[in-house]
Ligand binder design. Structure first.
Ligand code: 13P
Length: 243
């Protein structure tokens, strides 16, 4: 079975309602794209972005969800709320949340399971630190994160994996093509549904390096941070995935 390329933008904690003109620029590019396109704005913009993207090929994702669907969790948002606001996907286990909020693999697994239960596709993030890469442990670390973060029913559901080396995020540093290909192959062989699961690369993906990264074996797309904030840069990355 074939996998469709996915180009996803993660706006992180950026974007106010004045930013919606972005979609006027990106929607025509998405319409011509060979890839599926996903934009993950902050939760405050999910509903307006979903409205702005109606009738386009851009799908909308959230950046995190709670592990429960409702309850006494002040300030949190459940996967069913995100779906209700127009999301089709949700990022879980991003390294910034693992670092800033102490999220463990077990938390990430519970969030991914909640996403699936609510009808969302989880984008499960994994990736090693620089110290782990330099000590030769990168594949072991990512394998452990993957084993701990994949929900039990992973073989039968739609999910996406994003490999984002922590040291490559927001730094302008990119893993070497050989290291990306090795890691993606290592991830693929550990997936319950290897033929159909998309594995994205993330970490300083830019218009200048997107085509090479997307051409690597087992790289099924990109999770783009900083460059996704700029409509021209994100459009160039979408074009790099072919038309
Ligand atoms: P940058 O593309 O800014 O490095 O961010 C990557 C990322 O964390 C996407 O989730």
């Amino acid at each position: 079975m074939s996998r469709r390329t996915l180009i996803a933008g993660n706006w992180k904690m950026n974007g106010l309602s004045g930013a919606l003109g972005y979609f006027d620029a990106v929607a025509p590019v998405a319409a011509q794209a060979a890839a599926d396109i996903l934009v993950c704005p902050p939760a405050t913009l999910l509903y307006p972005v979903a409205r702005a993207c109606e009738g386009t090929r851009i799908r909308v994702g959230a950046q995190d969800c709670h592990a429960h669907q409702s309850g006494a969790h002040t300030g949190d948002l459940s996967a069913s709320m995100l779906r209700d606001a127009g999301a089709s996907h949700v990022i879980v286990g991003h390294s910034e949340r693992r670092a800033d909020h102490g999220e463990s693999d077990r938390n990430v697994q519970a969030k991914a399971a909640a996403a699936i239960a609510a009808g969302l596709v989880p984008v499960i993030c994994v990736g090693e630190t620089l110290a782990e890469r330099e000590s030769g442990e990168a594949i072991d670390v990512v394998a452990r994160q993957l084993a701990g973060s994949l929900p039990d029913n992973s073989a039968t559901v739609d999910l996406v994996i994003a490999y984002e080396p922590v040291w490559a995020i927001g730094t302008g540093l990119v893993a070497s093509p050989a290291d990306v290909a090795d890691m993606h192959a290592a991830i693929r062989e550990r997936l319950p549904n290897p033929a159909t699961t998309c594995i994205l690369y993330g970490g300083s993906v830019k218009p200048a390096n997107a085509a090479e990264l997307l051409s690597l074996a087992d790289v099924d797309g990109a999770l783009v941070g900083g460059a996704s904030l700029d409509a021209a840069d994100f459009s160039a990355i979408i074009r790099a995935a072919g038309s």
